[in-house]
Design a protein around this ligand. Sequence first.
Ligand code: ADE
Ligand code: ZN
Length: 330
Amino acid sequence: MLPLAELHVHVEGTLEADLLVRLARRNGVPLPSDDPAELTARYADFADLQAFLDVYYANLAVLRTEEDFHDLAAAYLSRAAAAGVRRAEVFCDPQTHVRNGVPLEAVFRGLGAAFAEARAAGMSADLVVCFLRDLGGDAAVDLLRRALPHREHFIGVGLDSAEVGHPPALFREAYEMAAAEGLHRVAHAGEEGGPEYVREALDVLGVERVDHGNRALEDPDLVARLRDERVPLTVCPLSNVALKGVPRIEDHPLPRMLELGLVATVNSDDPAYFGGYVDDVVAAVRTALGVSDDDLAVLARNSFAAAFADDADRSRWLGEVDAWRAAPPR
Ligand code: ADE
Ligand code: ZN
C-alpha cells in the first residue's frame, strides 16, 4: 500500500449510507429512505457541485451529538489508516452544524475525541476548519471568533462550498485573523471557478496550498507561478469526475500537472459520495490514467512535503515512500 498524506477530505463527506441510516434512527431524523443501498444509488449522478452540496448538507441533519461527530470521524480515520494514510488533514464545516442547532462545542469535542484515539493508535491527524463561502465573509469572521476558544482542536482554516460567485477576496478579514492566530491557511479554488480565483486565494488570502486548482491549467503564467513557488495542489480525481468537472477519469489532467512540474497530491474529497477512499483514488489513477509507480511515489512525496507536519515525521514518511518504491507491493 502506497503510504501518503491525505490533505483534502471533508469529514462530512465520509458519512457512509449505513452510518447515515444508523444516526438518523438514533436521533429520530427522517431520511428519504432507510435503505443504505438505495441512498447510495442516489449518489451516482450529480449534475455539478451544487447538486452534490444539496444532498451533502441535507444528510448532515442526522449529526446531532458529540457522539455522532466522534463516530463519523472515527470511521473515516480507521478506513484511512487501512488506505495507507499516515497523516490526515481533515476539513470540517462547523457552520452547517451550528445552523442545524448543534453547539460548536459538541462538534469539536466529538471530532477531537476521535482524532485523539487515532493519534494514540499511531496515525497523525489534525482538523482544518472551513468557512462556507456562500455564507459570506462576515459569517466567516464570526465563526472564527467562536471557534478560537476551541483552538486546540484545529490547526488551520479553509474555504469550501459553492465556489462561483463567492470569490476568495470576500474572506480577507477572516484569513487575516487566522494568520494572526498562527493558523495554517488553505482554500478551495479553481474547482468550478476560473484561474482568477486561484490567483486571488494566493494573493489576498495567503494560502499555503490550493484545494483542487484544476482550472489554474488554463493560465500558463499562473501555472509557472505555482510551479516556481512550489504551491501544492490537493487534487481529487474521482470527485472531479463525479461533479462533472472532468468527463471521464481517463481525461483527468493529473498526468499533465505532473509533467508541468506542479506539486500535485491525490485525495478523496468526499469518499462516501464519489466512489472511494484515497487507496481507491490511487488505484483509479494507476489503472485508468496509467500513472507509473515512479509518479505514484512523486505524488506520495508531494503529499508529505505539503503536509503541515513536523520534520521528523516527514522524513520518516519519506523513507517509507522510498521503501515502497524500492519494492512496490502488488
Ligand atoms: N464541500 C464538500 N466537498 C466540497 C467540494 N468538492 N467543493 C466545495 N465544497 C465542498
Ligand atoms: Zn473539497
